[in-house]
Design a protein around this ligand. Structure first.
Ligand code: ASP
Length: 327
């Protein structure tokens, strides 16, 4: 029997056993070792399922992880019902929808946009920054001008639903982020393609009713997303300020470099936040990480209960998992 086929059968048998056993344990057991599983894509929150399905079209056709993650995250970006990403995202306290996104490929090419208005697909603008400029990050008006120069269309992103919610918020004007909001916040996506290369993307409208000009972790390479093609890739969701404080996704990748499994690496990064914030009340703070390594092993961890992530691989047919939490 050819090696690949034998590996596949071993994995299928393992995964069947695991799924009849316990979903959350399956993730841990799958990180014990064994043959490389690829392609694999994982992404944050419930809307990761639809995003993964789109990414899978690219991955299953032997496409590049970079194309897969861009196509994948464009799904929630374009969906006005998803109120935390792209079109229809919740606005800042001035009623402006400002978007943050970044992308990173297997060659450590990076691109990012922050506080970008009027463009439905900030992830594609981030990719254009990466591929067509000498820079890695554009913000605000400059990012918008660049997007328009590249042919992106100027659109109104504030939907009637988001506007109504903002007007309601204005009555008290109390900034109080709600954790696990409707089970979808930022979409972070990381993928390993059939060629064994990694890429990642991260895109969000950021914290609802933030100050105008506030930039979270999601467009910051090393915070919201990091990819090292020798080691693995990670992405973050939740309170951006806490993720930036520990350079979250980079920290996760560094733990994997030192031999931790993806889920252990995510747990270590969450523990780092707790340690850094010693004495602070973290009950209204959520942070979640997802990670994948070069072998296609994957995992996640979060601070508070309630963070889901979606996985699609040859042995996991696009399924949601609940990440373990520390608190
Ligand atoms: N990380 C995002 C931010 O801080 C928001 C989120 O994932 O909930 O802007």
């Amino acid at each position: 029997m050819k090696n690949g086929r034998r590996d596949f059968l071993k994995l299928s048998a393992l995964s069947a056993a695991l799924f009849s056993f316990n979903k959350s344990k399956a993730v841990n057991l799958l990180t014990l070792g064994g043959p490389t599983v690829k392609p694999v894509v994982l992404s944050t929150w419930n809307f990761g399922i639809q995003a993964n399905a789109e990414a899978w079209k690219v991955l299953s056709a032997n496409g590049r992880a970079l194309d897969a993650v861009e196509q994948g995250v464009k799904v929630p970006e374009a969906d006005p019902k998803e109120r935390s990403v792209g079109l229809g995202g919740r606005p800042d306290r001035d009623g402006r929808v400002t978007l943050d996104a970044c992308i990173m490929d297997e060659f450590a090419n990076i691109g990012s946009v922050a506080c970008l208005e009027h463009i439905v697909h900030p992830i594609s603008v981030a990719r254009a920054v990466m591929e067509k400029t000498p820079h890695v990050m554009l913000t605000g008006e400059g990012a918008l001008q660049f997007a328009l120069s590249q042919g992106f269309k100027k659109e109104t992103l504030l939907t009637p639903e988001s506007e109504a919610e903002w007007r309601e918020w204005l009555r008290k004007s109390e900034y109080k982020p709600i954790i696990n909001i409707e089970n979808h916040d930022t979409i972070g996506m990381v993928a390993l393609d059939a060629h064994g290369n990694l890429s990642g993307a991260c895109t969000t409208s950021g914290m609802a009713f933030k100050m105008h000009g506030r930039i979270g972790d999601s467009p910051i390479i090393g915070a919201g997303l990091y990819v090292d093609n020798e080691v693995g890739a990670a992405a973050a969701t939740g309170h951006g300020e806490e993720v930036i404080r520990i350079a979250g996704s980079h920290t996760v990748v560094e733990y994997m470099r030192h031999g931790y499994s993806p889920s252990e690496a995510c747990r270590k990064a969450v523990e780092r936040i707790i340690k850094m914030r010693k004495g602070k009340d973290l009950k209204d703070i959520q942070v979640g990480f997802i990670a994948i390594n070069k072998k296609g092993e994957h995992g996640a961890y979060c601070l508070q209960k309630g963070f889901n992530y979606a996985v699609y691989s040859p042995v996991i047919p696009n399924q949601l998992f609940e990440a373990k939490s520390i608190l």
